[in-house]
Design a protein around this ligand. Sequence first.
Ligand SMILES: Cc1cc2nc3c(=O)[nH]c(=O)nc-3n(C[C@H](O)[C@H](O)[C@H](O)COP(=O)(O)O)c2cc1C
Length: 174
Amino acid sequence: MENFHDLLIRRHSIRKYTDEPIAPDDVKTILEAGLMAPSSKRSMPWEFVLVEQREMLAALSKCKDFGALPLAGCSLAVIVCVDPERSEAWLEDASIAAVLMQLQAEDLGLGSCWVQLRGRFTADGQSAEDYIRSIISIPDNLQIVCAITLGHKNEERKPFDLEKIKWEKVHIVK
Ligand SMILES: Cc1cc2nc3c(=O)[nH]c(=O)nc-3n(C[C@H](O)[C@H](O)[C@H](O)COP(=O)(O)O)c2cc1C
């Protein structure tokens, strides 16, 4: 691994992917990152649903009217679900696992994008969650938070410019 800070500077959402599949070992490494994520009281309330069939990914990309296109072209989508009964901090738990998978993907040289599903709607006004459940069987006790799309990068993104970091968001209590 390169320097972790350099990885953060380089990381950006990648929404365009090549057709090259992700090596199985890399998929395993990415899932391990999610499964090792910290969670409140070690509740591990997440469940990760993997989709790689092209037609299913194309159908999933219609789960909301804007922002779901990365699903259509990715090699693999990890749908991050969570059982809210298992942790009062379920949203934080799920989000941390999702981001760790993104960072692991970046470290492997792969691109990723968070596609928000919770609280989103199709063009017809159906909840993205219900729409996804009509395509994939997901147990009722699980909430669907987001999909992490993954694949080999097919777009260039400029690294962060540290000169543009918003230090005004940091508040020092004196
Ligand atoms: C909670 C959350 C929801 C997001 N939802 C979407 C989404 O639905 N579609 C999408 O293309 N990107 C989505 N993103 C990616 C953001 O647009 C992106 O992280 C932000 O614009 C910063 O750009 P960067 O990741 O390239 O640095 C989401 C990111 C987060 C953290």
